[in-house]
Design a protein around this ligand. Structure first.
Ligand code: MN3
Length: 388
């Protein structure tokens, strides 16, 4: 299936821009991919150039002022231009596309993803928070509407690639690799005084601010174990994390016979993005390749969950299930924002998450409405403490 119509949520972010490069590559290799719509928060300069290059039918701009400014630009040919959540959901319900790339950040990915599944679209998901808060419900919807979800996250793409061709052979272990982020070699004491700039300076991956801070606290890996649990339908006890600072091995799967498969590549999101679109096929690319003659060693170490408490808290939420993962995610999003706005220290991020989880009364059989409610009240409760 080389004729594909694609919508992209979050087209001006890091994943969105990489996705458009991948689409250009695929179209040079006998694909006929049409980008039917793009949604952005407020970066209308990048959006303008994307509109010129890809000529989408429609664009959605979340920020109202940017929406009004974009309308004055009179592009030729001009796409339909929308604003307001209801209009975004209407775009997602249309039948002019097959695959939705969800590359928005955080909890905001949930509602559009649910709507796209209900419209029987395939999902290429870069937004791990959606599976963290609603993994069970998303899996039920995928079954009910008979569609599929492909991971864009590099670790989960690696696992999918290891499992492809295994025809349901039993897994004994999934090993998610983690770079360890910028603070791998810092002591817990040193973490107290790290700056926003230091936290944003990731050694291997160039990503958006939220995920970069999550990588520095290792909450990113915590969210990823929950993401893996739902995508690959495995018990959390089978999902391990291993620090691999070179970010060349993107994850490993151990089978019951003792064999281990791994997927390797340079740390570049274009490879997992392209695989999500073409799976199970592999299509030529000129993206940079691993050169083993200049890699001296691939090393591994156990994560320090005392130093990176967010990872321990995520394991707790993943094991307990119920509504803990919703609270884990909401408190982390708020804490990361507070840190990025200079309101709290780096080490207060796990403190806030821990305190919020401790105060939470989890429920087991929750539905989608509960997720929105718990997300909202969790955020409000934390922000109350920072109002004065
Ligand atoms: Mn990842």
């Amino acid at each position: 299936m080389r004729n594909i119509n694609i919508g992209i949520l979050g087209s001006t972010g890091s994943i969105g821009r990489n996705a458009l490069e991948v689409i250009e590559n695929l179209n040079k290799n006998d694909f006929k991919i049409k980008v039917t719509f793009l949604s952005v928060d407020k970066n209308i300069d990048i959006l303008s150039s994307q509109v010129k290059s890809f000529n989408p039918v429609s664009v959605f701009i979340k920020d109202e002022e940017s929406y009004n400014n974009f309308r004055k630009r009179n592009l030729h040919p001009e796409p339909e231009i929308f604003n307001g959540e209801e209009n975004l959901l209407n775009l997602i319900k249309r039948d002019n596309y097959d695959l939705l790339i969800v590359s928005v950040v955080g909890f905001s990915g949930l509602k559009p993803t649910i709507e796209a599944i209900k419209s029987k679209k395939r999902i290429a998901l870069a937004n791990k928070e959606t599976l963290v808060v609603a993994g069970r419900i998303i899996n039920e919807l995928l079954d009910e509407y008979n569609t599929e979800l492909l991971p864009i996250d590099s670790e989960h793409s690696a696992i999918l690639q290891c499992l492809t061709g295994e025809n349901g052979n039993d897994i004994s272990k999934i090993i998610l690799t983690a770079s360890g982020g910028p603070f791998r070699n810092k002591s817990l004491k040193e973490l107290e005084n790290v700056t926003i700039q230091q936290a944003l300076n990731h050694p291997n991956w160039s990503m958006g601010n939220k995920i970069t801070i999550d990588s520095a606290t290792m909450m990113n890996k915590g969210l990823e174990i929950i993401e893996a649990k739902w995508i690959f339908k495995q018990d959390i006890s089978k999902i391990q994390v291993l620090i691999h600072p070179q970010s060349i091995i993107h994850s490993l799967v151990e089978f019951t016979d003792g064999s281990i498969k791994a997927q390797l590549g340079i740390p570049d999101m274009k490879i997992p993005i392209q695989y999500a679109i073409t799976h199970p096929a592999r299509i030529h690319s000129d993206f940079p390749k691993v050169n083993f003659s200049i890699i001296n060693s691939l090393t591994f170490e156990e994560p320090d969950t005392e130093k990176f408490e967010c990872l321990r808290l995520a394991y707790f939420a993943a094991k307990e299930e119920g509504t803990y993962p919703i609270v884990l995610n909401a408190s982390n999003e708020i804490a990361v924002n507070l840190f990025l706005n200079g309101k709290i220290k780096f080490t207060q991020i796990p403190e806030i998450v821990k305190k919020t989880l401790n105060n939470h009364k989890s429920i087991d059989n929750f539905e989608t409405e509960h997720i929105y409610e718990i997300d909202r009240t969790t955020r409000e409760d934390i922000l109350k403490d920072f109002m004065n």
